[in-house]
Design a protein around this ligand. Structure first.
Ligand SMILES: [Zn+2]
Length: 493
């Protein structure tokens, strides 16, 4: 691994709005934090995209030889339904609606989250801490901020004093908002709030009698504010100052802004050197939302059981599709986009599978060393996976030309080409070499289509015993037939 370590990476830093050369705090080591899911429902595809961006970044940093401690938390308390510190805890609300324990909600959706990530071949993170496992650390931070005079207690709740903080520091430094504008734009709260100013945010909330997720503290039986957990867990595992903090664009304000303020209030220095934000995922050109029906669950992509797609797609194809967009670009999730990615994915895998069958020549018609450096250059330029993929396609074309006798390669270059293709495709992009029959269900589709036709014949002949038998036995094998207006389709979930 040492051999790659002299790559110079440039990272687009949301804090400066510029690409900057990446210099880790400790030579050879990277501390990276990304905000994890709030586990109150199935993981959202947009969040999967964000986590995948950081998985790819993590993989590349490992590949070039860094020792990386990657911390991604699980939010299992404190995240309210409303950003203005009102509303119900998202997990407690789900528990109430489903009449189960909050920790059952947490367990169910943490398992779902891990299942989806495993299917998509994510690397496990180094530490996956939970908010409820770090209540003591959060209380300690609140005490420090109160001692510094930057937080105040009212009726058992504690709030961060944004105006006071802004006298010596800059609140809004990341999202480029200024406090004056925030004051003008924040609606004054109905007399319900204990806050001095509406832009103050909760560090600790006193629990109402019916609130079941509660812990003792010096101020009240209550629960920590959502922004605080990330400060507590990143400080605990990565230190007061660390290299990279990532998350979705939507977390920049207020969540990350508050994280900066809390950490600066405690330690008098900015906690993070490089802030990275992944862009949104939309679907068919519109915001993805359950309420409008413009929505798909990650598992439905793999089963094909969703009206917005015409077939099932393998997790590796979905992964390839997502990484074909740069992490800072908006990604439009469409059936056609997936179909195109599936073709490209197979083209790439076919080329990789063909490398072993190539015979070397005296010379090479492609400068493989230069091509390999281009792959690194793409990733060094703010982790530009789509450009990397374009280079992998160039190599695929080259491989096919060698196969057809239209190009040549030396033995040494052949080895280098193979190693590089494997490293970038499997180690860095995290794709898996699945064959068409495993992925595309082409063979399965034709076999099931045949059974669907036989079932139709049986029904036409009023042989319902046979038609039911076909349906039931397929269902037992995990293949579910769906009769609709336009005929019968199937899904495999
Ligand atoms: Zn966070």
């Amino acid at each position: 691994m040492q051999a790659y370590q002299n790559q110079e990476i440039k990272i687009y830093n949301s804090l400066s709005g510029k690409k900057e050369v990446f210099k880790p705090i400790n030579d050879g080591y990277v501390g990276m934090y990304s905000c994890g899911p709030t586990v109150y429902s199935n993981v959202h595809l947009g969040n999967v995209r964000t986590f995948m961006s950081f998985d790819m970044i993590y993989r590349y940093l490992l590949h070039i030889g860094f020792k990386v401690r990657y911390v991604r938390n699980i939010t299992d308390a404190g995240h309210l339904t409303d950003d203005a510190d009102t509303g119900e805890d998202k997990i407690a609300k789900k528990a109430r609606l489903e009449k189960i324990e909050p920790m059952e909600v947490v367990q169910r959706y943490t398992v779902d989250f891990h299942n989806i990530l495993n299917k998509l071949n994510f690397l496990p993170v180094s530490i996956e801490p939970t908010a409820t496992g770090h209540i003591i650390e959060q209380i300690e931070i609140i005490k420090t901020i109160i001692d510094k005079g930057l937080a105040y207690e009212v009726n058992g709740s504690v709030y961060f004093d944004v105006l006071k903080y802004n006298e010596t520091k800059t609140y809004g430094i990341l999202s480029k908002r200024n406090v004056e504008d925030l004051i003008h734009n924040t609606r004054t709260l109905d007399g319900q709030s204990d806050k001095k100013n509406p832009q103050d945010f909760a560090l600790w909330k006193k629990a109402e009698p019916q609130h079941i997720m509660r812990w003792p503290s010096p101020w009240s039986d209550g629960f920590p504010g959502w922004h605080l957990e990330c400060t507590a867990m990143s400080t605990k595992y990565l230190g007061e100052k660390f290299d990279i903090h990532g998350g979705g664009m939507d977390l920049k304000f207020p969540h990350h802004e508050c994280e900066i303020a809390q950490a600066e209030a405690c330690n008098d220095e900015s906690p993070v050197n490089y802030w990275m934000h992944a862009n949104m995922l939309i679907m068919n050109g519109k915001k993805m939302a359950k309420s409008t029906g413009n929505f798909i669950l990650p598992n439905q992509i793999f089963s094909g059981d969703n009206e917005h797609i015409t077939k099932a797609f393998a997790p590796s194809v979905a992964r390839f599709f997502m990484l074909q967009a740069h992490y800072r670009s908006i990604l439009d999730f469409t059936n056609n986009g997936l179909l195109a990615s599936e073709k490209g994915f197979h083209r790439l895998m076919d080329a990789i599978n063909n490398i072993d069958n190539l015979s070397p020549s005296e010379d090479s018609s492609l400068d493989v060393d230069a091509w390999r450096q281009k792959c690194y250059d793409a990733m060094n330029d703010d982790f530009n996976s789509p450009i990397l993929i374009a280079h992998l396609f160039d190599a695929s074309k080259y491989i096919n030309q060698i196969k057809e006798g239209k190009a040549t390669i030396t033995k040494l270059h052949l080895e280098l080409l193979k190693t590089t293709m494997h490293q970038f495709t499997f180690d860095v992009l995290g794709l898996e070499n699945v064959s068409k029959s495993e992925v595309g269900t082409d063979k399965l589709s034709s076999a099931v289509d045949l059974l669907i036709r036989l079932r139709q014949d049986a029904r036409a002949n009023k042989d319902f015993a046979l038609s039911d038998k076909i349906r039931d036995e397929l269902a037992e094998a995990g293949i579910h037939l769906k009769d609709g207006k336009d005929g019968t389709s199937f899904s495999t979930n």
